[in-house]
Design a protein around this ligand. Structure first.
Ligand code: TPP
Length: 532
């Protein structure tokens, strides 16, 4: 502070962020951000990503794994532009991020300066929960506080503040951190009705979504399923682990297809959806959203998802509180053990064979070799079925993928998860196509020496699109083959050690080495082409 009793906007902002526990800033800087970092406090950490979508992916993984959010700093309009796809993903993931973007100096704004963001607050809309460029420099810390509390309120998500570069050295009133509640507790009357419906149901079924992990309701959902002998399906496209997948009541994964989904739930008289939309579809469908004779109750923290649900009663609530209420008031009923669909049979494969590993073999090997507590971050679209069948998530907080369908999240998110969870091994399971959307994330892993195992499921194509082409009855598809990518060279060029696996017999040793490594390591697994 020079000549003024008041702190600068920068001092007030960093004091506020410190009080809020937000001392890790993910960014990619430019001239319009530099003054924010004058005298960067020693207790803060700056995590550099080499492109802005990578920066947001890093922060998203970190915030989800840490459970408390993160701060992102982006370069005016261009950096926000690069980041937008990842901001969309963070919005769908319900990840609380406070995004602070640079802007040109206020005195220059009338003259359309270089790097000017003309409609800064509008640029990231509608995929931020709140967005603002404060009217005065003095209002910046207050805007940051509001943005943070808004990001943390259910449903969580990114918020955005644009800060002109000359604001940071102005003086302002300090802003103290406040307690602002973030948890929504459901309507007691509706919860009592739901508990009653559960108590009298003959064949209740649970559908579990990402809200379980977000709200830390793993123990509660297991207790509720066991109390009611209710099979548990994972909701279509769930982006987090939601139920132990080797539990005797685990039923499988619901498809994102209306008719197929209703068919899987056939026979249920009550469908209890916990922490998921009703429902996330990916392909067009007709007919009822539920099997005949079933009613539905949805619990989740998103009022919008409650409003657009296709059927049933929706209760807006934190999952831990909501399921806790159901546990309190729905006594155990004598019910027979449910009949569950058979588990996938393991294909017979010869470990010593010289031919390329299949994706099934890859998943089995990862399952066999992963260390206890390992976290899988997946972005390998056409391999998901093999993963679901052969690589079950059995521990809480052990799985992440993106809720948006936007590629480029998995690689940096895995690095962010590893930063937040140094005690657990992070395995990034990435398609060759997917890995290329945010390959620079490797560099951050190398610089921070985060021991992520990057496993590339390398099938040489955008295989999921080839499959979708079959769905749309397209005989030929342009732009789906990916020859000539050299992932070992790419990894080494970013400072990450790498191994290539071309034969089945090489796989186990390569995975074991990557899983034991204390630094990041990439394993490029050339998998056998699918038979058509
Ligand atoms: C940002 C973005 N661009 C394009 C797509 C469309 N898309 C969906 S799956 C896919 C192919 C992914 O290829 P790869 O990671 O190799 O996995 P594979 O399909 O081979 O399993 C593409 C391009 C997308 N989902 N997101």
């Amino acid at each position: 502070m020079t000549g003024s009793p008041l702190p600068t906007v920068r001092e007030a902002s960093f004091a506020l962020l410190r009080e809020l526990g937000l001392t890790c800033v993910f960014g990619n800087p430019g001239s319009t951000e530099l003054p924010m970092f004058r005298d960067f406090p020693a207790d803060f950490r700056y995590v550099l990503g080499l492109q802005e979508s990578v920066v947001v992916g890093l922060a998203d993984g970190y915030a989800q794994a840490r459970g408390g959010g993160a701060v992102v700093n982006l370069h005016s309009a261009v950096g926000v532009g690069h980041a937008l796809g990842a901001i969309f993903t963070a919005y769908r993931n319900q990840t609380p991020l406070l995004v602070i973007a640079g802007q040109q100096a206020r005195s220059m704004l009338p003259f359309e300066p270089f790097l000017y963001s003309e409609q800064a607050a509008n640029l990231p809309r509608p995929y931020v929960k709140w967005s603002c460029e404060p009217a005065r420099a003095e209002d910046v810390p207050q805007a940051l506080a509001r943005a943070w509390y808004t990001a943390m309120q259910a449903p969580r998500g990114p918020t955005f503040v644009s800060v002109p570069v000359d604001d940071w050295d102005r003086h302002c009133e300090p802003v103290a951190a406040r307690r602002v509640s973030t948890v929504v507790s459901g309507d007691p009357e509706l919860l009592a009705q739901a508990a009653h419906a559960l108590a009298v149901a003959r064949r209740p079924v649970i559908v579990a979504g990402a809200g379980i992990a977000r709200d830390g309701a793993w123990d509660e959902i297991v207790a509720l399923a066991e109390r009611h002998e209710a099979p548990v399906w994972i909701a279509p496209r769930a982006s987090r682990d939601a139920f132990p997948e080797r539990h005797r009541l685990f039923a499988g994964f619901l498809p994102p297809d209306r008719a197929a989904l209703a068919a899987r739930l056939d026979g249920a008289d009550l469908v209890l959806v916990l922490g998921a939309p009703v429902f996330t579809y990916h392909v067009e469908g007709q007919g009822p959203h539920l099997p005949a004779g079933a009613s539905l109750v949805q619990l989740g923290d998103d009022p919008a998802a409650a409003a657009w649900a296709s059927v049933g009663t929706s209760i807006v609530t934190d999952l831990r509180l909501g399921i806790g209420a159901l546990l309190q008031s729905s006594p155990q009923q004598p019910r027979p053990a449910p009949r569950l669909p058979p588990r996938a049979a393991l294909p017979e494969e010869d470990a010593r064979a010289a031919d390329a590993p299949s994706e099934a073999w890859l998943m089995q090997q990862i399952d066999a070799l992963r260390p206890p507590g390992a976290i899988i971050v997946e972005e390998a679209p056409s391999s998901r079925a093999a993963m679901q069948a052969l690589l079950p998530m059995t521990e809480r907080d052990s799985f992440h993928t993106c809720a948006s369908g936007g590629l480029g999240h998995g690689l940096p998110a895995a690095v962010g998860v590893a930063l937040a969870r140094p005690q657990r091994k992070v395995i990034a399971l990435l398609g060759d196509g997917s890995a290329m959307y945010a390959i620079q994330g490797l560099w951050t892993a190398a610089e921070l020496r985060l021991p992520v195992a990057f496993v590339i499921v390398n099938n040489g194509s955008y295989e999921a699109l080839v499959e979708f082409g079959e769905h749309f009855r397209l005989a030929q598809l342009p732009g789906t083959q990916l020859p000539h990518l050299d992932f070992c060279a790419l990894a080494q060029g970013h400072g990450v050690a790498a191994l290539r696996v071309e034969r089945r017999e090489q796989l186990a040793a390569a995975l074991a080495q990557a899983f034991a490594a204390r630094e990041p390591m990439l394993v490029d697994v050339r998998i056998a082409p699918r038979r058509r």
